[in-house]
Design a protein around this ligand. Sequence first.
Ligand code: SAM
Length: 471
Amino acid sequence: MYDPRSMKAEEFICHEEIEETLAYAQAHKNDRALITSIIEKARELKGLSHREASVLLACEEDDLNEQVCQLAEQIKLDFYGNRIVMFAPLYLSNYCVNGCLYCPYHAKNKHIPRKKLTQEEVRAEVIALQDMGHKRLAIEAGEDPVNNPIEYILDCIKTIYSIHHKNGDIRRVNVNIAATTVENYRKLKEAGIGTYILFQETYHKESYEHLHPTGPKHNYAYHTEAMDRAMEGGIDDVGLGVLFGLELYRYEFAGLLMHAEHLEAVHGVGPHTISVPRVKHADDIDPGAFDNSISDDIFTKIIACIRVAVPYTGMIISTRESEAVRAKALRMGISQISGGSRTSVGGYTEEERPHDTEQFDVSDQRTLDEVVKWLMDSGFIPSFCTACYREGRTGDRFMQLCKSRQILNCCHPNALMTLQEYLEDYASPETKAVGEKLIAAELEKIPNDKVRKLTIEHLAAIKEGSRDFRF
Ligand code: SAM
C-alpha cells in the first residue's frame, strides 16, 4: 500500500506504514548498534529514510542523542555556514471560510474584526517593511474565494514587487495560501513568486478531518496533494510544515519525511523548506485545548532530526518561538527566521503592536534591528539574499549548488553584500558597528580569490550608494 511514487495522498502518506514505523522506532529506541549505524549513514550527508530518522527521534540513549545534535550542527555549518536568511510575514486578509479549530480566523469566529488590505494599504505595509530593511516576504491569507480570490493575491504580489521606496525593494515574495488548482499555481508562478508554502497541519487523516470540520480545507487528499499540483503548475520550490501540538509529534515527523520522499521520488526534488510552527494562543484559541503540545527539548530534538534526515532542505522558524528557543534551534539546523513580525492584517503601519486581527501571539517581539544584532553577536550572518531564485537557481538547480559545496563562493558573499546594504540603509549605529567588523572577518572565508576580490569591490560600491549585486 505504501508507495512514495503514488499520486494519492493515502498511499504516499500511508497510515499503516507510519504506525509500523513508530512501532519499529519504539522497539529500537535503545538499540545502540542500529542507532550508531544510522548516525554513521547520516554523516554521509545523503539523508535518511523516514524509518531511520524515526529511530533517531525515538532514541533514549543520551550520548547518542548528543551525537545527533552535534551532527545536526555540523551539517548546518557545512551546508548553510553561519548565514541565517531573514524574512517577514505579511498578512493580507483574515477573511476565511474554513473552520480550522486551532486558528482564530475560522469562519465561526464572529467577534474578530475581518480585514482585507486594499492595494493602497498593501503599499503602506510594504513601505513599512522596506523601511525596516526586509527584502523577502511571506504573504499570508485566509481562504475565501469571494473576498480573497486568486486575482486579489496576484494583484497584491504585483503591488509588492512594484514598490521601491528609498533604497527599499522586496525581491522575493513567498506565498502561504490555501491549497488551490494547478491553474492558479501556474498564475502564481507567472507572478514571480519564490516558494509556495503550505502547512499540512497534521498528516493524521482522521485528526485532520476532525480539526478541519468545515470548508474546502476539510478535504484531506486535496490539501495533501497540493504540492504535486503546485509543481505541475511550474512552481519548483515548495515549503512543507506541520503545526506541532495538534497530533502526536512522532506521527507528524514520519509523515513529514514521507512527504519529502514523495516529492523527491515523483518530481526529482525534495521540499525547498520545512517549517516547524507550534500551536500558540490566539484570539479564541487556547493551545491547551490540543493535548499533544511538545516541550522545548523535544522541539529542538525534532529540528535536529529533520536536519540530519534532509540535509539539503532549508528550515524555517517564526516569531511564534521565544528568543531562548530560537537561539537553541538556530544551532540545530534552522536556516531562515522571521524578525520584527506582526501577525495582524495591517499591523506594520500601526505604531503599537495591534492584537485585534492577530493570527497568533508573537513570542519574539524584538525589532528587526535587535534580531539582526543578536544574530551577529551570536556568531551568525543575517542574510537578506534573494539571489538564487532571481538567478533561476530553484528546485534541483538550488540542490546542486548545495551539493557541490559552492555556497562559500556564492551564498556567503551574497549574504555579506546584502548585510552591507542593510547596515547602510537601516541599521542602528550599534548594529552597524558590529556588522562592519563581522563582514571584515567573514570576507576571509571566501575561498575563491576572484570572488573575494569582486566582493570587496562590490562592498565598496554599496557604501557609495550602489545596490543589488549578486553572484
Ligand atoms: N490559510 C492558509 C492555509 O489554510 O493554509 C495559510 C495561511 S495561515 C495564515 C498560516 C498557518 O498558520 C497555518 O497553516 C497554520 O499552521 C498556522 N496557524 C494557524 N493558527 C495558529 C495558531 N493558533 N498558532 C500557531 N500557528 C497557527
